[in-house]
Design a protein around this ligand. Structure first.
Ligand code: FES
Length: 107
């Protein structure tokens, strides 16, 4: 089996629904995704074998969002501001610890 290309691959939903239903972009998802990407770069993690931050279309967690998911762990987070994004980057992506307060699936 080949090695993983990224240690953590993070997908941020940046979807904006045209029909008015709740969507992640209503809560500034694109700006916070850019902030996450900048933080990861700043910390020197944006390299092969490191961390990749990507935009995604709807991840089907719309009512629980804004949503992002970290793979390969499959850990789902919500976030509302830069402080939340900083915690996801610092605690999960740097230290490998799940940020329990931001989990979508808390059980
Ligand atoms: S709009 Fe973001 S999960 Fe559906």
């Amino acid at each position: 089996m080949s090695e993983l290309f990224y240690k953590h691959h993070v997908f941020f939903c940046t979807n904006k629904r045209a029909d008015g239903r709740q969507s992640c972009e209503d809560h500034g998802a694109s700006a916070l995704r850019t902030y996450a990407k900048d933080l990861v770069k700043e910390k020197g993690l944006a390299v092969a074998g490191g961390v990749r931050i990507n935009s995604a279309g709807c991840l089907n967690r719309c009512s629980e969002g804004p949503a992002c998911v970290v793979y390969p762990e499959g850990v789902w987070y919500t976030f509302v501001d830069k402080e939340d994004v900083e915690d996801i980057v610092e605690q999960h992506l740097v230290k490998g610890e799940v940020v329990k307060r931001l989990l979508i699936d808390k059980d």
